[in-house]
Design a binder for this molecule. Structure first.
Ligand SMILES: *Cc1c(COP(=O)(O)O)cnc(C)c1O
Length: 285
């Protein structure tokens, strides 16, 4: 994990540093590569494992990254999801399409998803179970490596948008720099609760959003932010970063002028979002 430069980025007249975890690898990149790095080593050391079991949304970045991991080791990813629309089945796109191309077995079974969420599963000795989004203590291992790569920047403030908040939490645990985040999937309370379950201290600082966004819904300002970032030279994720950058630009007084933004990948997932946005706001296409 070395191909992740820290590069300069000028946006709306301000300069930032970007930690380019999106460039870690063509396929296994972003914060999911960090979060699953432990499992990468685990699979290397446990050749008797032939199946990864996980669950969650049918367009998640985590699902795609697990499909890459399974392919790397020539094993099966069995992935449970609530439902796949017949349209998506006939017109596969984005993470769903690429996970299938990597050989993932995607199973619609709402009952099973519920059971797995509750950890109600007997894992056979040839199977490896990984929680939704990699939200567990195993994530710490790879995120510590990310923190190590940032050790020369302790006088900077770090910003990254959160889903489960696990990346931000372990980053704060292993860096002396201050870590700021915002919630994108659940609300701010959800983030605090997730953190408390994993660690008593080292919680990152949450910057409040100016408005509530429902995860995965389309918002004109999110698409416009994404387009502006792209014009400035970097493609970011449309689900998390288009919110993250609005929070950054609205809170430069808090963040100061030495900011490192962590690019957490997720570009493969943009495909399906771009299609939805272009259908909704045709004038931009
Ligand atoms: C998964 C993901 C996140 C959220 O990471 P958490 O550790 O769950 O907070 C943020 N950005 C991108 C691009 C992701 O794929």
């Amino acid at each position: 994990m070395i191909n992740s430069p820290i590069s300069k980025f000028t946006f709306k007249g301000r300069s930032f540093l970007i930690k380019r975890d999106d460039l870690l690898d063509d396929d296994f990149s972003g914060n999911k590569a960090r979060k699953f790095y432990y499992y990468f080593l685990y699979l290397k050391n446990n050749p008797h494992i032939d199946t990864i079991i996980s669950y969650g949304s049918n367009q998640s970045n985590a699902m795609y990254s697990l499909s890459v991991l399974a392919k790397l080791f020539n094993i099966t990813l069995r992935y449970y999801t609530h439902h796949v629309s017949s349209y998506l089945k006939t017109h596969p796109i984005g993470n769903y399409k690429h996970a299938l191309l990597n050989g993932a077995v995607i199973i619609e079974d709402a009952q099973m998803v519920k059971r797995l969420k509750n950890g109600d599963i007997d894992v056979a000795s040839n199977e490896l179970f990984i929680k939704e989004g990699g939200a567990n203590v195993q994530a710490e291992y790879g995120i510590k490596l990310l923190a190590d790569e940032l050790r020369d920047y302790q006088d900077y403030n770090i910003f990254l948008p959160s889903g489960t908040g696990v990346t931000a939490l372990y980053l704060q645990k292993h860096t002396k720099a201050k870590v700021y985040t915002c919630s994108c999937v659940g609300d701010d309370e959800y983030l605090k609760q997730q953190w408390s379950e994993l660690e008593a201290t080292h919680h990152p600082a949450i910057i409040k959003k100016h408005k509530k966004f429902h995860f995965g819904k389309l918002y004109r300002e999110n698409y416009e932010m994404w387009l502006e970032l792209k014009k400035a030279g970097i493609e970011f994720d449309l689900l998390y970063d288009s919110i993250g950058w609005q929070v950054v630009m609205n809170n430069l007084d808090i963040l100061g002028d030495k900011v490192i933004y962590i690019h957490q990948g997720g570009i493969r997932g943009n495909e399906s979002m771009i299609q939805r946005y272009q259908q909704k706001y045709k004038e931009h296409s």
